[in-house]
Design a protein around this ligand. Structure first.
Ligand SMILES: *Cc1c(COP(=O)(O)O)cnc(C)c1O
Length: 378
């Protein structure tokens, strides 16, 4: 099997696992236990991880809140900020490409009295900063735009949007899940007030993530019952997970640029090999995640193509919902023709992919596309 679905999740880096194991074995303490060494050790490990996460995104460790992942972090950021908004400020500006954990949370707030302006995007999935500026009114309290898209890999102009948010005195939330650790992302330079990330997209374990909360920003807690994480997030800390998240962030910080260059080169190689199957790229050439390739195979159905290449794990731009093909919102938002959307495949490269795997995957897809087209012509 060749794993090319690294936007969905990534394998755990063996170095991350090694860092975690002691906290699943002998150092199993509760980080809130103050009366003995088990607790102190756990707390120390958590604080080290907090500094590692902060280090990756240019934050102060005190600005990091550990969560169960990016979905929870997005929920806490958006609902927590909405609950503390000033009277008369009930307007949200949101990008249309957001992950369900942002989109559905914004819809939830809309059903409870918030007004939402959904931005448009260009044909490559980019939010135009001018649109953000025009959408902000004196009633706006928050703008949310993801750092990079999980389907077509488009990197958003966070810095420009952050500057606008700062000028207009609105909160800027970003879902940095796909961007942090893969592209330059710095909460101060990018002018972000709230940012979500998760370990399992950066070669760490599932079930652990973090929310960056700029100092001075007040959020309403969304879970009650414990004083953990400055009262913002109740529950015994997932110490092994947090240690894994910290280690994953540390590795990304040290290796990000080199890894990005290597993956971009492999990705470009994949794209050029897939040209033999007339694959057409969706999303931008420049300004996309280095590990992302999203292509349409004209005249081929993505579901059939994936079935024809069971050796390669990828995902498609459309999903079977109750028997009919449902095209992804992201592909709709960039105006991709429905037939091309139905024939689209997302390749997500990762740290452990080799050149030989990329060549083999390309060969299998090119052959399968040719076979399917031949059958279709008969
Ligand atoms: C995976 C993903 C999430 C959800 O992260 P979890 O930790 O699985 O909750 C949120 N946003 C984006 C962009 C993602 O790719």
């Amino acid at each position: 099997m060749i794993y090319l679905d690294n936007h969905a999740t990534t394998p755990v880096d063996p170095r991350v696992l090694d860092a975690m194991l002691p906290y699943l074995r002998e150092r199993f303490g509760n980080a809130s236990s103050r009366s003995h060494r088990y607790g102190w050790e756990a707390e120390e490990a958590v604080e080290k991880a907090r500094a590692q996460v902060a280090g990756l995104v240019g934050a102060d460790p005190r600005e990091i809140v550990f969560t169960s992942g990016a979905s929870e972090a997005n929920n806490l950021a958006l609902k927590g900020a909405a609950a503390r908004r000033e009277k008369g400020r009930d307007h949200i500006v949101a990008s249309p490409l957001e992950h369900p954990s942002v989109r559905e949370t914004v819809e939830h707030l809309a059903a409870r009295g918030c007004e939402v302006t959904w931005l448009g995007v260009d044909g490559e999935g980019r939010v135009r900063p001018g649109d953000v500026a025009r959408s902000i009114t004196p009633r706006t309290f928050l703008v949310t735009v993801m750092a990079a898209n999980n389907e077509i890999g488009t990197i958003q102009p966070l810095r420009e949007i952050g500057r606008i948010a700062e000028e207009r005195k609105v909160l800027f939330h970003t879902d940095a899940t796909q961007g942090a650790g893969k592209i330059p992302f710095d909460v101060r330079a990018d002018g972000v007030h709230l940012a979500a990330l998760t370990a399992h997209k950066i070669f760490g374990p599932k079930g652990c993530g973090a929310l960056y909360v700029r100092q001075g920003i007040e959020l309403e807690r969304q879970t009650h019952g414990g004083g953990q994480e400055r009262g913002l997030r109740a529950g015994t800390l997932n110490v092994p997970g947090i240690v894994g998240l910290g280690a994953a962030c540390e590795i990304c910080r040290a290796e990000r640029d080199e890894e990005a260059r290597r993956l971009a080169r492999l990705r470009d190689r994949l794209e050029s090999l897939l040209a033999a199957a007339e694959a057409r790229r969706n999303g931008p050439r420049e300004g996309r995640l280095p590990n992302n390739l999203h292509v349409s195979f004209p005249g081929v159905d993505a579901e059939s193509l994936m079935l024809a290449v069971p050796e390669v794990a990828v995902s498609s731009g459309s999903a079977c919902a109750s028997g009919s093909m449902e095209i992804s919102r992201v592909l709709k938002a960039i105006g991709l023709r429905p037939d091309l959307a139905k024939g689209s495949i997302r390749f997500g490269l990762g740290r452990f992919n080799t050149e030989a795997e990329i060549e083999e995957a390309a060969r299998l897809f090119v052959a399968a596309a040719a076979r399917l087209r031949k059958v279709a012509r008969r």
